[in-house]
Structure formats: C-alpha cells, structure tokens
Design a protein around this ligand. Structure first.
Ligand code: PLP
Length: 264
C-alpha cells in the first residue's frame, strides 16, 4: 500500500513538472511572437513573412510537442545523429507533420541521413555538398529546399562560404557567384536563399550591418541570376528583432523558447 501511494505521488509530481515546462514553452512562444510582431511593425513588414523556427537541439521530443501544441510548425536541429532519433518520434505522434530544418554543418558522408529527415537544409556551404544532395534527391525522388550558408561577418570560427566584403572584393565575389551558379543549376534541389550566423554581441545593434549585408547579397544574386531567392535565414535569440528589421524571413530561435541548453 505504501509503495502504491509513493508511486502515485511520484507520478503526480512528474506530471506537474511536465505541465510546468509546457506552460513555460507556451509563454515563451507568445513572448517571441509579440516581439516578432513589434519588429515587423517597426519595419513595415507583414508578420506572415517571418517564419519562426523553434531550434529544439538538445531538447526532448516532449518539448517539441509542447511547442507544437502552442502552434509552432517549424523546427530546427543541428546534429544528424540526434535528429534521427527525435524526428521519427515526433512525426509518429504528430497529427500534422512539422517542417524540419537542418541548421548545423553537414558532412558530405552524412548527407544521405539528412535527406529523408529534413525538408530544408540551411547549412549548404559547398558545391560538393550540394551535388551530394542533388544526387540523393534524384535517387530518392524527393525534392529538397536548400539555403547557401555564407560567412558575411568574416569571423573566423563561423561555417559558411566566405562572403565578407563581397561587394568590394572581386576575389570574394567571383567564387561566390560561381558557387551560386553551379548550385542553382543542380537538379533535385532548389536554392531558396541565404543563411548566416552573426557573431555574438552583447548589443544586438552591432549585428545590423551584417544582416543588412546579407539582404544586399541576396538582392544582388537574385538580380544577376534571375533567381527569386525568397529566403533570408538570419536571427537567433539574441538578435532576431534586428534581423527581422533587416528582412529575415526565417528566424532560428532556441533559448528564448526552450530555455538555456546544457553545454553541447
Ligand atoms: C543553436 C542555433 C540557433 C539557436 O540559437 P539560440 O541562441 O538558442 O536562439 C540558431 N541557429 C543555429 C545555426 C544554431 O546552431
């Protein structure tokens, strides 16, 4: 009898804990959405042009399900191994399948694991990787949306194709233009735009020139190649409002929705 009571108590506290996390995630999402709306208003943009991607890396399926219950339909993961257990679990239980975004670096040899799991890959950073996705997409008869990840800040640690100073430096612009030409010609994949990660600054205003430069690069490529390139994936927890003001269409938010991550 004693055991029975204990197990009931434990179960109840477990449920209470889950409910508390669910409510926190729901509140966090509402707060982010308010800020998205405010940033759009400042920039004269329609909030429908900005898609919120909840970055669920390191968080369990239950957290993703709580965000789905609060209306989020797009999720971002950065590691193939982690995603290959989580995504099928979430999809299996979902009434409506979410859209999955791969936002982390992909090694070519892991591309075949990425393709069946994800709808959009933000982190294509070489012709070689794009060719790999193209071949796999044709084989598996799946179409894949991709973004070209560029390093626009010039910060050394960041992934992405070198793009710092593209508008002034022909030695940067020429290979970048060649990359876009080659990737956009590949069958089975659709180049939809650009992605960047800004360096972390305490003052988000410092990211503004980086986001503005990514928007300018998108416009220049779109004009030169006659490609729509509708997507600009830029802005994370600390800088998404500035990114929206500079034209972001996809914002990638982790901590502001799910809380701080354990070191990963
Ligand atoms: C982790 C991650 C994010 C989310 O960062 P937060 O600061 O938690 O919002 C966005 N983009 C990429 C590429 C990431 O790896």
């Amino acid at each position: 009898m004693m055991i029975q009571l204990n197990s009931v108590t434990t179960h109840e506290s477990f449920i209470t804990k889950i409910m508390t996390i669910d409510i926190a995630i729901k509140d966090n999402i509402a707060r982010v959405q308010e800020k998205v709306t405010a940033a759009c208003a400042r920039a004269g943009r329609d909030p429908a042009q900005v898609t919120l991607i909840a970055v669920s890396k390191t968080h369990p399926p239950a957290a993703i399900q709580a965000a789905m219950a609060a209306g989020v339909q797009h999720f971002g993961e950065n590691r193939v191994e982690e995603a290959s257990t989580k995504i099928p679990m979430v999809n299996q239980a979902a009434e409506k399948l979410p859209t999955w975004h791969m936002i982390g670096h992909v090694q070519s040899r892991k591309a075949k694991l990425v393709l069946p799991l994800f709808d959009v890959v933000h982190s294509v950073d070489s012709v070689k990787l794009a060719e790999k996705f193209s071949t796999l997409a044709l084989e598996q008869q799946k179409s894949l949306s991709i973004l070209l990840e560029v390093n626009i800040s010039g910060e050394e640690v960041k992934d992405g194709i070198q793009a710092a100073n593209w508008s002034h430096d022909a030695a940067v612009k020429a290979p970048l233009w060649q990359t876009v030409q080659q990737i956009s010609a590949l069958p089975g994949i659709e180049l939809r735009g650009l992605m960047t990660m800004a360096p972390f600054y305490d003052d988000a205003e410092q990211t503004r020139p980086i986001f503005a430069d990514l928007a300018a690069l998108r416009a220049a490529l779109s004009a030169d190649f006659g490609l729509p390139l509708p997507e600009l994936s830029m802005g994370m927890t600390n800088d998404y409002m500035v990114a929206i003001e500079e034209g972001a269409t996809l914002i990638r938010i982790g901590r502001a929705i799910f809380g701080e991550r354990d070191e990963f």
